[in-house]
Write a protein that binds this ligand. Structure first.
Ligand SMILES: Cc1cc2nc3c(=O)[nH]c(=O)nc-3n(C[C@H](O)[C@H](O)[C@H](O)COP(=O)(O)O)c2cc1C
Length: 177
């Protein structure tokens, strides 16, 4: 049985999409919600269930080191990690991201999920805006752009938001089991 006072949702979100999911989860379980940059591994060890969400940047989960670097003190906890990216979900994406972001020896102890977020160029910091302008140049060079490439290009002018509370169902189901 999940105890609200022993459960924490931690997130790192540059443009708000991961924060949406984290807020919905914390509300659903009436548990603590913390912004990851202000949290230490020691603070996390006060909880039995740790749910960590981070936005995806070049396949890296924002702030995931909070979990992986403090794994020794957290390894007896229940740990759920979710990554939030702009790409559509596809078979195998969770496994790919797990392998890229979580050391092999920690993988058995961490439940991992991928959720689709969105893309909002206007909310990016100047550094990431420059990176994304370079990406735009690449995308424009694609000879036969598929729907995702076209969607990505369009999103520079019109933000995309695929966040939906329903996408949290697999995580909620697992937490309630
Ligand atoms: C520089 C940069 C790199 C990105 N890399 C990826 C990526 O590798 N995979 C992906 O699905 N989305 C990628 N995205 C999109 C973000 O993951 C997406 O906007 C996500 O919803 C951001 O969540 P956040 O606002 O909570 O940080 C990238 C965005 C930027 C600006």
């Amino acid at each position: 049985m999940l105890k609200a006072e022993k459960t924490v949702v931690v997130y790192r979100s540059k443009t708000g999409f991961t924060k949406n999911y984290a807020c919905w989860l914390a509300k659903r379980f009436n548990c603590t919600l913390l912004e990851g940059s202000k949290v230490s591994g020691k603070e996390l060890s006060d909880y039995d269930t740790i749910i960590y969400g981070g936005g995806l940047y070049a396949s890296g989960i924002s702030g995931i080191k909070l979990i992986t670097k403090n794994f020794e003190q957290l390894k007896d906890k229940r740990i759920i990690v979710f990554a939030v990216g702009a790409s559509p979900s596809h078979k195998g994406i969770a496994e790919e991201l797990l392998n890229t972001n979580i050391p092999r020896e920690q993988q058995d102890k961490i439940e991992f999920f991928y959720l689709r977020g969105g893309f909002d160029y206007t909310r990016l910091s100047p550094f990431y805006r420059v990176l994304m302008q370079l990406k735009k140049i690449q995308l424009k060079k694609v000879k036969k752009p598929d729907a995702d490439t076209k969607g990505m290009l369009a999103s520079y002018d019109h933000p995309l938001d695929f966040t939906n509370e329903k996408h949290l169902e697999p995580i909620i189901k697992s937490l309630l089991e």
